[in-house]
Design a protein around this ligand. Structure first.
Ligand code: ADP
Length: 673
């Protein structure tokens, strides 16, 4: 038992003498909450009136009521539905990303059209005169109106058309108003239902409210009250997402603009922007809160962010949905589905709040590095929009137009005329970053400005003319120190048994080296370098392929007798998996066994079958960009990817030669020239 009841007299004194509670009661009354929330708050307050203010439960109750009052239950920002405005904002903040911008604008157009649709009302009544009268009045007000003589007819309309409001009589033959209410809540949860009741049925009307009806109007209908109810529902509809349109999921490597496009959408619509990262989330309670029965119980992160947004319809970014902790208690996909599904999230219940909060006005956008990791039911509800890494040219352009001007402003250097030479920008990209996106690049630019800000104050002349600064490659090195990265291929040893491959990871494309060596033993294949199951199987397949085709490559068919083969992929701490290293492993083995070193400026990617066919792979653009970053000259792709490669924009292919292959011998010949 949490609370001990005090004698009546003492309780009365507490009520009178506790100004804190009196003030709280006034706040509850003034807050304009719905009836059920007011009741919830008052009930809690009344419990507190029976408590000693020093009891922990008293402060739990106090915090709870304050929290309840602080939430934006009915606060909405009005959407700016001007698509040209949205387009201008997206363009002014982002370079390129054309396909993404287009998709986002289409998405906004659908939502806009939807909210511009005529308000649709069904009138359900078995009395024809009552039906046609209401129909006439509502049509005159400018609404689209359908009529139904009974519940079944109404349900058929609900199944086929979008309906905003259903005005229904309670007493009808075949299916009465109550049954209709329950069924329509399932078929069309966003249709608001208003019951029309005769005097004798007021009790059932109250019952109907409990079951989710929006309101009830007594017969004969007071027209002014009807108009007011409709206006109220229209106001709510403006902010609620009525369609079951899919939730956008921005997928791609870090630093490619996912968050920034999300922010731009919020700005374009005139909504608030909030985000939480789901990485490493362990527990449903992180999202849904803990019950308020103990001191320190808190609401979950969803409701907390809504409070921070101060509106019930922000753009809400759920970052890294592919990184929910592996040991999550409960099923993360089903919790997320509930939050993201407009049919379920209109009554999202946080355990701490213990009252449903309507999240259907929120525009959720999720982000992921690898959508391939998401469970199928969740992926099914998402519309994936792919963000890709940037080419060097794009990075230079973005730096000039966006990153550098922004950093100048943020470092208080607006008074200076700062110019970067092309060499300087390329140097930052090559020597200080190694990434598909722009995160570290922007960070290094910020470091340059931080150091310049300090130097400018210390009067340590950056340039002779005080207001104009030219940042050239030498100054970059002076400010950023020794290079952090060099072309990885230069570090690769050049001896038989080592080949270069391309893989696709959550950070974008990357190059890997495969090392194979042969030693005395008894036909064991040793695999190291954190290889996943699929990769291990690729290695076994590659070995069997080489053994069964040894003579084709001029290799002694008995090479495995009394020998072990070890295949290793350096950077052993990073787990690697996937089938696309098959051909790279096969060529490493051929190089080892023929004693011919493989060229270090050629990288390969492709899945190998036991019979020697080469299957297509994914992540093509990311892999080519990784090759460009690493100084690779030639990339070998499966012939099956020919169309994907032809569809790439020419710039993404600049600087590397692409060779398409459908069999190992020609690849081996090319690589081991
Ligand atoms: P992500 O969310 O994908 O990790 P961010 O949106 O945080 O990436 O982007 C990293 C930085 O790069 C931000 O400062 C962002 O404004 C900038 N940025 C990314 N893409 C572009 C682009 N196409 N044009 C301009 N700036 C960009």
């Amino acid at each position: 038992m949490l609370f001990t009841k005090k004698p009546e007299k003492q309780v009365d004194e507490n009520k009178k003498s506790n100004p804190e509670l009196t003030e709280l009661r006034t706040s509850i009354e003034k807050a304009g909450l719905s009836d059920s929330l007011t009741l919830l708050a008052i009930r809690e307050l009344e419990r507190m009136e029976n408590m000693d203010p020093s009891a922990p439960e008293y402060s739990i109750g106090f915090n709870y009521i304050e929290y309840l009052l602080s939430l934006p239950w009915h606060v909405f920002t009005d959407d700016n539905l001007d698509l040209n405005h949205a387009e201008n904002i997206m363009d002014s903040k982002h370079y390129g990303l054309n396909a993404i911008k287009e998709r986002v604008l289409e998405y906004l157009s659908v939502r806009t059209l939807f909210s511009l649709q005529k308000f649709h009302i069904i009138v359900v009544d078995d009395e024809e005169i009552a039906r046609t009268n209401l129909e006439y009045i509502l049509r005159k007000e400018g609404y689209a109106v359908s009529t139904a003589a009974n519940g079944l007819e109404a349900i058929n309309i609900l199944k086929e058309q979008h309906v905003d409001l259903m005005l229904t009589d309670l007493k009808m033959e075949k299916m009465d108003g109550m049954q209709l209410l329950e069924l329509s809540k399932k078929i069309s949860p966003h249709t608001k239902i208003v019951m029309i009741t005769g005097f004798a049925t007021v009790n059932s009307a109250v019952d109907a409210l409990k079951k989710g009806a929006f309101h009830y109007l007594p017969k004969p209908i007071n027209l002014e009250e009807l108009r007011q109810t409709v206006r109220q529902i229209i106001e709510i509809k403006k902010h609620i997402q009525m369609t079951r349109s899919p939730i956008l999921c921005f997928a791609g490597p870090p630093g490619t603009g996912k968050t920034s496009v999300g922010r731009a959408i919020a700005e374009a619509l005139g909504r608030k922007f909030v985000r939480i990262s789901l990485a490493g989330l362990r527990d449903e309670a992180d999202l849904r809160g803990h019950r308020k029965t103990y001191v320190g119980a808190m609401p979950g992160r969803i409701i907390n962010e809504i409070k921070r947004a101060e509106t019930a319809n922000p753009v809400f970014m759920l970052d890294e949905i592919d990184k929910i902790g592996q040991d999550f208690h409960g099923d993360p996909a089903s919790v997320l589905l509930e939050i993201l599904d407009p049919e379920q999230n209109s009554h999202f219940t946080d355990h701490y709040l213990d009252a449903p909060f309507d999240l259907s006005g929120v525009m959720f956008i999720s982000t992921a590095n690898m959508v391939e990791r998401l469970p199928a039911p969740l992926l099914d509800r998402l519309e994936v929009i792919r963000f890709s890494g940037y080419t060097e040219k794009e990075k230079i352009h973005i730096a000039r137009i966006h990153l550098i001007p922004r950093q100048i402003k943020e470092h208080g250097l607006s008074g200076f005329d700062v110019k970067f030479s092309d060499d300087a920008i390329s140097k930052i990209i090559h020597n200080y970053t190694q990434e598909a996106g722009l995160r570290n690049f922007e960070r290094e630019i910020a470091t340059i400005f931080r150091k310049m800000a300090r130097l400018s104050l210390q009067n340590n002349n950056l340039s002779n003319n005080t207001n104009s600064i030219i940042v050239d490659a030498a100054l970059v090195e002076k400010l950023l120190g020794p290079r952090k990265f060099s072309h990885e291929i230069a570090e690769r040893e050049n001896k038989p048994g080592i080949t270069t491959g391309l893989v696709w990871t959550e950070f974008g494309g990357e190059i890997i080296f495969i090392e194979a060596s042969l030693m005395k033993g008894n036909r064991q294949l040793i695999l190291t370098g954190s290889m996943g199951n699929v990769l291990q199987e690729s290695a076994q397949t590659a070995l069997s392929f080489v053994r069964s085709n040894a003579e084709l490559f001029g290799i002694d068919p008995d090479f495995f007798n009394e020998r072990d083969i070890h295949i290793h992929i350096p950077s052993g701490a990073i787990p690697k998996d996937g089938p696309s290293a098959g051909i790279t492993i096969a060529v490493a083995l051929i190089s080892l066994l023929t004693g011919k070193p493989a060229r270090n400026d050629i990288a390969m990617t492709g899945e190998l079958t036991l019979s020697g066919r080469i299957l297509g792979i994914s992540g093509i653009r990311e892999k080519i960009l990784a090759a460009q970053r690493s100084g690779i000259k030639i990339v070998v792709f499966p012939k099956r990817n020919e169309t994907d490669i032809a569809n790439l924009e020419p710039e993404a292919r600049e600087g590397v030669e692409i060779v398409l292959a459908d069999e190992i011998p020609s690849i081996a010949k090319l690589v081991m020239q």
